[in-house]
Design a binder for this molecule. Sequence first.
Ligand code: SF4
Length: 439
Amino acid sequence: MGFSTLNPQPSTLNPVSHFSLELPTIQNWNCHSCSECCKQHGIFVSEDDKARIEQQEWTAEDGVPEGQPIFVKEGGLLGKSWYRLAHQPDGSCVFLDQTGLCRVHAKYGEPAKPLACRIYPYAFHPAGSKVAVSVRFSCPSVVQNLGQPVTDNRKEIRGYANQVVPANVRDAEPPELTPGTRLDWSDLMPAVEVLDSLLAADDVPVLIKLLRVLYWVGLIDQSKFDKLSGDRLAEFWNIIAQASTEAFGPETPLSEIAQPSRIGRSQFRLLAGQYARKDTYADDRSLRGRWRLLQMALTLTRGRGTVPAVQDCFREVPFDKLEQPFGNLPAEAEEMFTRYFRVKVQGMHFFGRPYYGVPFVEGVHSLVLVYPVVLWIARWLAASDDRTSLSKDDIVKAITIADHNHGYSPAFGTWGFRRRVRNLAQLGDIAKLCAWYGR
Ligand code: SF4
C-alpha cells in the first residue's frame, strides 16, 4: 500500500486525518521547473482530474494539436479501467510545451493540474501508527537537495496526504521481516530506526555503512523471532548493529574485499541494465521492440563487446571500460548517497507494499544494490563522454535514472528480477559489487 504520484486513489479520499505524518528531516525540495517528471512518468488521472481537464476544453490554439488525444484508457479487458494523460511522440506529456512548461499550470494555475502532478515527488507509506513520507529521487532537485526543507512544506504535504491516504491506513498489515516471519509494527519499526542509525554514522564512508548494513541484515536473516519481542527484540537489533560496526570499522581495508564472482557480475549487469532503461509511452512495444530488448538482455548477460545503449544519454562503450577503477568519487557523492538511503529508509520506501511486497531483508538487499547500480550507470555516462573519472553530474544523473525505476518499474517486481537479487545475496556478491564499483 503505497500512495504516490502513480497511484493516487481518489475513491479512498480521507477528509478527516486519522494519522500523523513522518517527514524526512534531512531532505530539501522545491520544484525548479526542469520538467523532467513531465517527460518520463505515466500520469494517471482520477475521475475528478479527467472531468476538470475536459471542462478546460483544450484546442489547437492552446498548442494541443488537432486530433491529439488528451487521455488514454488503460486496462478494462477483464478488470477495472482507468485513464492516463496521453504522451507526445517524444514521450513527454501532452500538456508539456516547447519551453518545458505545463500548459495546464500556465493557463489555469497549479491547482488545476492532475493530483499526481501536484503530489510528485512525494510518496506516502504506512508505518504503524504513522504515515511515512518518502521522496522520489527521479527528480534532479531532490538528488541535489535544492530548495527549502521538506518539513517546511508540511501543510501542503498534509493536504496531499489527506487526498490519497485511506482513512484505514493504520489497519495496514505490517510487511514480512523474512519470508514467513511477520512482526507487529511495534517490533518492526525499531528495526527500521536501527537501520537508519547505521546509515547515519558520520565517522565512516557510505561504502562502510552499506557493508555494515549487509552484515546486520545477514544476521537478521539467520535468526529466529518466535521467542523475541518488545524490549528484548529492540535490544537484539542494537546488539547486532554493534556487531556490524565492530566487523567494519573505519580502518577496514576495502582492497581486501574479494572481486564479485563471474556469475554475480553477469546477474548484476542484467539488473543494472534494467535500472539504466527509461521506459516511456513512446517506446516501441511491437514484437520488433521486444526482440530488441531480448537482444540487449543477452548482450548484458554475456558482457562481451559493447554495452547496448538503452537510452539516448548513453553511447555504446566496451564493457571493460566500466570495470576499470574510476578513482575517488566526487566529494558530493557521500552526502547524496547517504541522504538517498536514509530518505528511502525513513520513508519506508524499500519493502512491503511500497516495494513490490518484498520482506524487509530482501528490500534491504535491493536498496543496497542501488549503490553499485548507480556507480555502474555513472561510469557508463562518464565513459560515453570519454572520461575515466566520475563527476558530480554523473552521480546526480545516475541516481535520477536508477530511482525512476526503483520501486516503480513493474519489471522489478517480477519473479525473475527478485530471483536475481536473491541470487546476488546468496552468492555474497552484493558487498563485493559495492566495493568493486566504489573503487
Ligand atoms: S499535466 Fe503538466 S505537470 Fe502534469 S505531467 Fe503534464 S505537463 Fe507535467
